[in-house]
Design a protein around this ligand. Sequence first.
Ligand code: URA
Length: 439
Amino acid sequence: MRMYDLILKKRNRLELTAEEINFFIKGYTNGEIPDYQASALLMAVYFCGLSARETADLTEAMVDSGERADLSAIPGIKVDKHSTGGVGDKTTLVLVPLVAAAGVPVAKMSGRGLGHTGGTVDKLESIPGFRTDLDKTAFIEQVRQVGAAVVAQTGHLAPADKKLYALRDVTATVDSIPLIASSIMSKKIACGADAIVLDVKTGGGAFMRDPDQAFALAEAMVEIGRRADRRTVALVTDMNQPLGYAVGNALEVAEAIDTLRGRGPADLVELCLALGSQVLLLAGVVQGVAEGREKLAGLLQEGAALDMFEKIIVAQGGEQRVLYDSSVLPAAACREEIISSAGGYVQAIRAEKIGQAAMLLGAGRETKESLIDPAVGVVLRKKAGERVERGEVLAVLHVNGRERLPAARESIFSAFTVNDEPFSPAPLIYSVVSRQKRA
Ligand code: URA
């Protein structure tokens, strides 16, 4: 087999066989196929696309390039959840203990954040002492004993995706739906779950800005799951404004704890119930999503989800007082209020601008090597559609270094639009995609 022939075939819009796709992934991962040929194939895929069968074969080949986590020692149906990333998205911090409290074992491998969307691992590590580097045995044992564990994902899972993603990044081939779908699903399948719930974000703060593109990505991933024998459901959800009020690692942990205490922001609670009820349904714990929502809402109200979070924190070496005393979390040296110069209704809080402000303050990573500051970030005081008076506080910045404060401040001002027109924000959940059907 020759790489040249694969490039030519795809350039001529013909389908690659599973053997050809395996040849490419194996050869590229072990260094036999050079970057220039892999780039040419990626560009041909970008323009000519991949069929559903080719996309599933590419995913499987990338899974086979590395280790597969073996979760078979954990009894029950293991369900994983993945978000394509959004500003203030602390859903995993709430969902993991919440669904574990409902009896679904959660063996969660999470990433660190890059850019304006923080990673779950970064957020959890803002809890003093919290360790995310458990070895395989300790990880599985904790899920068996406690019901849930969250660890940092290692590079041993789907290494082909890691190498290809870096190449796509410098060859303008990231935004191809089959390539994104196979990249995400290869990591999820390698993580070993039996079923997968996906949160595909759309809007200004998401990398899939256009809802139609987000639907297409959701459908492509559900189809990969179906072909790989993993029950998969995707929710397409709004990311025009940040989720909840807090953006920044420790600030988001505090908001997640409030949510587990039954006092969370309405949008965050709603998303957790919507995603969590799908997890319960796929795990076979409930018969329908309505039953799932009711069960989860009850667990939040009675404190069972908070108790489960406490067990996870203790098992992973974290300071458990964080649940009752937020001063345990790292705090920024000063706070600065952003004041509205106009009265009216909040028309927009552009999530990307809020995320950018948080990153300028040090909450996110600009490059993989950047160090993050767990204490800093932004806390909104208003959400889209709310009334605001002139002179009222729109948001509070939590600041440690002042050099980039003017730029962060500017970013927050440009995020908000306030005028006299009453305004209803976009729905939080656009659609549920399961077995190739939108609901
Ligand atoms: N996230 C991924 O993991 N892969 C992509 O290709 C894009 C976003």
